[in-house]
Design a protein. Structure first.
Length: 694
């Protein structure tokens, strides 16, 4: 009992001395510890015995600068790669590049826990200044100064470290320089050599020496390398080419080294920081003189994101971090998921959260770019007739369709020019998978087809945007702009005709002049998913199949008004068609969907429906003209228009009438796309538009 009381008194005295440290340091201690407590809840796996272990000091609790009277907080054991090193103060830690930037912030954070800390930098004066600052709180801080860009720089730094500590438990490689031009073609030779010497050679040699020491001493240590999201850059327009190359090399090196050291339980990991936030991380508080006086840059915008990330990696168990890239963005998004999900998938998941979809209800009418009229009566007969003839099992072998022969005959092409897909998504995903490698480019006319954008995000494809040219009431792709945007990474150009926003078709002469100028190694993907709605002369993609790089998209999804008949297909030359078909291992078409598709493809009922659409649209256009509603002529059953009220206000008015406008970014300047419906619904829409235009 007496021993316990003595330990409590020692703890209170210890914490009270901490409290008397100048205000700046107190606030930093509280701030970092609060963050660390959150991490402990996730990382800690078991609790220590409620009794105080003999010879160990338990941590107390500071709340808003006040000591918690008479209480000793429970101590949790952290699952560690080495039980003797589970507390930071038991570790010998080396940080390179620790005299400024993130290295300096991490050094301050770690120093609070009083480990044996060696900070490394290039300039002696600066290193000694930081050492003096950190020694005010932790006597076990040492400085090493040497130039990693010089010959044997890595060896010299290692020898200097050994003068202060015999072993290293944690190495944080943060030394980095960036000199001269960001363009590889104009990079000065000396600048290039300096960057390679510091960012790569010095890093690798120092790591090699310390990793070997860990092996010899049987230390289950950690080697933490620093990277940035510049590794994902595809051009030198925004990021330095040498930085892109060296960061990629460091990430690859970390991965290889982690594998070599895995059996020794030496963890090698990479922390990938958001380079944009690193360069632009000051908030308004940093402009306040009072805050600067006491806190310096500790309240940078992203300090909450970066310092806990370093603390997690320092404390995390071996299996969670070794061989992994831990992104600051995904860590901030969800700590638990970032342990098992790649940064790219975390980023995608965050993007998916912002995608909006329609929620269908039987009590509402939906305005979508599809045929609003009922399906052919013949389909009901087909469904009732074939329901008893369905197979009882799903066959993995490829189904051989006859639908391709029917389509080929109507279009006067060969059946070998056709490849089927279950859905539009399956189609566009396969095209991108085959023709556009990771980190390459596609060129699109803005706004982009949402499914195409989604697939590009999933496949790490860069999207270059072109625009529509307006001439009177005509919107055409800016073909000159597209051709000028082509570069060494361009693998595909996406166009739509009828245009998915305006419903207008590309002129055949303009299209042929364009495709002649496109290099044959670049795919031209022509989206014609709405061609069945057209009734005027329009671009017939199948007449251009002589061009070896042309792929045309068609679908049963929009015009035939049958739920779940999402069957889609492409038209292309025989060589590409055979290659794509061979890359599809799972049935892309089945007997049931083919039966429905065969029934509707040549059904005269849909000719009658098209005539109804023409008549209905002409009536609507007439009312648009009478009421001065601005619009673009359309070859389809949707219209690009503009009224005085915003689209959001129109959506609200439609919703009051149980009409839901589909969610999209389909717009051109202040114009937005309105799908048309059946007569009674169109009358309500017209009334709302006329009223909003007054």
């Amino acid at each position: 009992m007496m021993i316990n009381l003595i330990l409590v008194l020692i703890l209170i005295i210890f914490l009270y001395k901490m409290y008397l440290i100048k205000y700046k340091e107190d606030f930093q201690v509280e701030y970092i510890r609060n963050l660390n407590n959150k991490l402990d809840k996730i990382i800690d796996k078991t609790k220590l015995n409620k009794k105080i272990t003999k010879g160990k000091i338990t941590k107390g609790k500071i709340t808003k600068g006040k000591l918690t009277k008479g209480k000793i907080t429970k101590v949790k054991a952290i699952e560690s790669i080495d039980p003797s090193k589970k507390f930071i103060y038991n570790n010998k830690i080396v940080i390179t590049g620790a005299t400024s930037g993130m290295g300096y912030e991490v050094a301050k954070m770690i120093n609070i826990y009083k480990p044996f800390l060696v900070i490394c930098g290039r300039k002696k004066k600066k290193v000694l200044k930081i050492v003096d600052e950190l020694k005010k709180y932790n006597e076990n801080v040492y400085g090493v100064w040497d130039d990693l860009s010089k010959k044997d720089g890595g060896n010299n730094v290692y020898k200097s470290i050994k003068k202060h500590i015999n072993t290293v438990d944690i190495l944080i490689n943060n030394a980095v320089i960036n000199k001269g031009s960001r363009f590889l073609i104009s990079k000065n030779e000396k600048d290039w050599e300096n960057e390679i010497s510091v960012n790569v050679n010095g890093n690798i040699i120092l790591t090699q020496k310390i990793a070997t020491l860990m092996k010899l001493r049987k230390i289950k240590g950690k080697i933490i390398n620093i990277s940035s999201d510049s590794v994902k850059s595809r051009t030198t327009n925004l990021n330095s080419g040498s930085e892109i190359l060296t960061k990629n090399l460091i990430e690859k090196y970390s991965n290889l080294l982690a594998d070599e050291l895995y059996s020794y339980k030496i963890a090698v990991t990479t922390i990938r920081l958001n380079s944009y936030n690193l360069k632009n991380n000051k908030i308004n508080l940093s402009d306040n003189k009072l805050y600067k006086k006491y806190f310096g840059n500790i309240f940078d915008d992203d300090i909450d994101k970066f310092t806990p990330l370093f603390m997690y990696v320092i404390k995390a168990p071996f299996h969670e971090i070794s061989g992994k890239i831990i992104s600051s963005d995904s860590f901030k998004q969800n700590i638990e998921l970032s342990k098992i999900v790649s940064p790219q998938k975390m980023k995608l998941n965050d993007t998916f959260k912002h995608l909006t979809f329609n929620k269908f209800s039987k009590n509402k009418t939906y305005l979508v770019k599809q045929n609003p009229f009922p399906m052919s009566p013949n389909i009901k007969k087909i469904l009732s007739k074939n329901i008893n003839n369905l197979n009882s099992i799903n066959n993995e072998s490829k189904y051989k369709p006859t639908l391709d022969s029917v389509i080929a005959k109507k279009l006067t092409i060969n059946r070998n020019n056709i490849v089927f897909f279950k859905t539009e998504y399956d189609l566009i995903k396969k095209i991108i998978d085959i023709f556009v490698p990771k980190y390459q480019d596609i060129i699109v006319v803005n706004p982009i087809w949402s499914l195409l954008k989604l697939v590009c995000l999933e496949n790490k494809i860069n999207i270059e945007y072109s625009v529509l040219n307006k001439k009177n009431k005509s919107l055409k792709p800016n073909f000159n702009m597209i051709l000028k945007a082509i570069n060494s990474k361009t693998k595909l150009i996406y166009l739509s005709s009828p245009n998915i926003i305006s419903g207008q078709s590309i002129n055949s002469i303009d299209f042929e002049e364009f495709i002649k100028e496109v290099p044959e190694n670049i795919i031209v993907l022509l989206d014609q998913r709405y061609i069945e709605f057209t009734y005027k002369k329009c671009l017939k993609g199948e007449t251009f199949l002589k061009y070896k790089n042309l792929i045309i998209i068609r679908t049963f999804n929009n015009f035939y008004s049958i739920e779940n008949l999402e069957l889609s297909y492409i038209l292309t030359n025989k060589i590409l068609s055979e290659f794509i078909n061979n890359n599809i291992l799972i049935n892309q078409i089945d007997k049931f969907n083919e039966t429905m598709a065969l029934e509707v493809y040549n059904d005269s009922y849909y000719n009658d429906i098209k005539n109804k659409m023409i008549k209905e649209k002409n009536n609507i256009i007439e009312k648009f003209n009478e009421n001065k509603i601005d619009y673009f002529p359309s070859d389809t059953y949707f219209i690009l228009l503009q009224v005085k009220k915003t689209k959001k206000k129109i959506e609200e008015e439609l919703d009051k009438n149980n009409i839901i406008l589909y969610k999209s970014n389909d717009n051109y300047n202040n114009y937005w796309t309105l799908p048309l419906s059946i007569n009674n619904i169109n009358n309500i829409i017209i009334d709302i538009l006329i009223y909003s235009n007054l």
